[in-house]
Design a protein around this ligand. Structure first.
Ligand SMILES: [Zn+2]
Length: 560
């Protein structure tokens, strides 16, 4: 007897091929049969008439490394159709980590994860030091989704260099020690090595993430160490200064795929991202394997001036980094500081989160009743009315409210014609949800549902079978995830049952369920009827199933 039979659903098998109406049976966590009019002999039978059934979404860019130690359900992803998550992106990992480096590691994570140090201190369970021990902890703790974990460059660097990791280049001896740790982690089951050279990636007080201090020689040595282990994907969130040609060289030397993030469209420099994609195409034509991670979501961030992530990557913002209270307010009020910020925003940049588009910065919530009429209005609009310049307008408003004003900035990726071309690029991977990070700034964990609803149904930018392939088998092939990403007999029963006429993601909302009751943004699924991981129902039309078994597999062997 089968455990589950879904009848008469439109089956999208993940290959990109035509959909067909049929039945799918699950037994012992695997797809047992696919066909028309299968025998009705199952513990649970679901009428899939009018619904679509696809392999579960593979989210290749998440940051659940810390969260998963206290929340094995990795909220909100399973309810949003995600059945497999790749963690450790950008190298923002918590393993390997010696006890004496825990505080430094958490401080490095506060900015990029959008979590306070308190949350991390209360939340993270540190029953490990090495990467292998971290994997053992994950295996023992279980997870609601399947997992593959990168070993993170910044953690490896901190292990070898301690407090010097975010301060200086490494010596040849230190690089050799790092390479040894990367080899060990690969042997323990890492899916690859992840790093960042992005100026937007800072720890507490604006200290750069350790990997940003690495020389080209260090990057190359570590990727070679990964490749020498016989597998692995190298992923890097690259700063504007890191050329695709260097990444091509890394792919050539290691013989491994190189995954490049974060290719987001910048309206103030609209060709930059296409130049990177063209360079990636050219490298592939030369026989290398480069992939550009793109996003189907506009990058929108909520922020206050007490922790304004969108502008913290600006060089001119440095004097304000790491300051709090009166000291921070004094800098924000300083005319010289403001002039420097204005000048920097006026100059072109290769990659910059915020580009002075003041019509795309809105006031979300004010603290004082007399400012309430400003809510939902753009800074550009308010500045015009006040006869002031926009930076002054935003900073003066925030200062008058003790920095409690909430703003929202539409930063990148909002030109939908350009984004549509990026999504359809032959060497792009639709990714960059950043689930588990930036928790108070934005939430794109529902990127897959957004692709199916907005880009397929509303905009017709790609066909449904093509979109499903992008969310499933394309990643499964790239990472070599055995038996996943396709509806095939014998494959894992990772399934998403949804209504193609309504599927999408709801508006973001704030919840207070982090350790200590701290807030995060989340979003609900629309049109999702069921999500199964290895045959276990983890979410239904009402969201995450209470007390669902932790059926996810920690994957440590990859087929490439
Ligand atoms: Zn990331």
């Amino acid at each position: 007897m089968d455990d589950l039979l879904i009848r008469n659903a439109t089956l999208l098998d993940g290959s990109g091929g035509e959909a067909f109406v049929g039945d799918l049976a699950v037994r012992d966590g695997r797809i047992h049969a696919i066909g028309r009019a299968l025998p009705v002999d199952a513990k649970r039978v679901i009428d899939g008439d009018g619904l679509a059934l696809m392999p579960g979404i593979i989210d290749s860019h998440t940051h659940f490394d810390a969260q998963i130690t206290w929340d094995p359900y990795v909220r909100p992803s399973p309810a949003l159709g995600v059945t497999t998550a790749v963690i450790g992106n950008c190298g923002f990992t918590i393993a390997p980590c010696r006890p004496q480096d825990r505080e430094l590691t958490m401080r490095n994570l506060t900015q990029v994860e959008g979590m306070s140090l308190d949350v991390l201190r209360q939340g993270i369970r540190w029953n490990f030091e090495t990467f292998a021990e971290y994997l053992a902890q994950l295996r023992a703790g279980g997870s609601a989704v399947n997992l593959a974990a990168y070993v993170g460059h910044s953690s490896v660097r901190t292990w070898v260099m301690g407090a010097d990791a975010p301060q200086r280049e490494a010596t040849a001896d230190e690089i050799a020690q790092m390479a040894a740790i990367v080899r060990e982690a690969m042997a323990a089951g890492a899916v690859g090595l992840a790093s960042s050279t992005s100026p937007a990636h800072n720890g507490e007080g604006g200290v750069p993430m350790p990997s940003r201090l690495a020389s080209d020689a260090e990057h190359i040595a570590l990727v070679e160490a990964m490749g020498a282990a016989g597998g692995g994907v190298y992923m890097v969130t690259k700063g504007g200064q890191m050329p695709v040609s260097l990444l091509e060289e890394m792919s050539a030397r290691s013989g491994r795929p190189v995954m490049i993030a974060a290719l987001l469209h910048n309206p103030m420099n609209p060709q930059a991202v296409f130049k990177d994609l063209d360079a990636i195409s050219a490298a592939n034509q030369r026989g290398r394997w480069l992939i550009g991670q793109v996003s189907c979501c506009p990058l929108t961030m909520d922020f206050t001036l007490a922790s304004p992530y969108p502008v913290e990557g600006l060089v001119s913002w440095k004097p304000a980094l790491g300051l709090h209270g009166q000291a921070l307010k004094a800098v924000l009020a300083d005319p010289a500081f403001r002039s420097a910020v204005r000048a920097e925003l006026a100059a072109p940049a290769v990659f910059r989160l915020f580009n002075g588009e003041w019509d795309k910065v809105h006031v979300v919530e004010t603290a004082l009743p007399q400012h309430q009429p400003l809510e939902q209005r753009s800074i550009a609009d308010i500045a015009r009315e006040q006869g002031s310049d926009p930076l002054t307008t935003m900073l003066d408003l925030a200062l008058a409210e003790d920095l409690r004003t909430t703003f929202v900035a539409q930063l990148l990726n909002s030109d939908e014609d350009a984004v549509g071309r990026m999504l359809n690029h032959p060497h792009s991977l639709i990714s960059l949800s950043d689930a588990g990070a930036h928790l108070t700034f934005f939430t794109d964990a529902g990127f897959g549902l957004h692709l199916l609803g907005h880009w397929v149904r509303e905009r017709g930018a790609m066909s449904l079978p093509a979109a499903v392939r992008r969310l499933t088998s394309q990643s499964a092939e790239l990472f070599g995830l055995p038996g996943r990403g396709l509806l095939r007999e014998g494959h894992a029963a990772d399934l998403l049952l949804f209504d193609p006429d309504t599927v999408g993601r709801a508006d973001k909302r704030r919840v207070f369920d982090l350790p200590g009751g701290a807030p995060r943004l989340t979003t609900d699924a629309v049109g999702v009827h069921g999500v199964w991981v290895n045959g276990t129902l983890v979410a239904d039309a009402n969201g995450l199933v209470d007390g669902a078994a932790l059926a996810g597999e920690l994957m440590t062997r990859f087929e490439r």
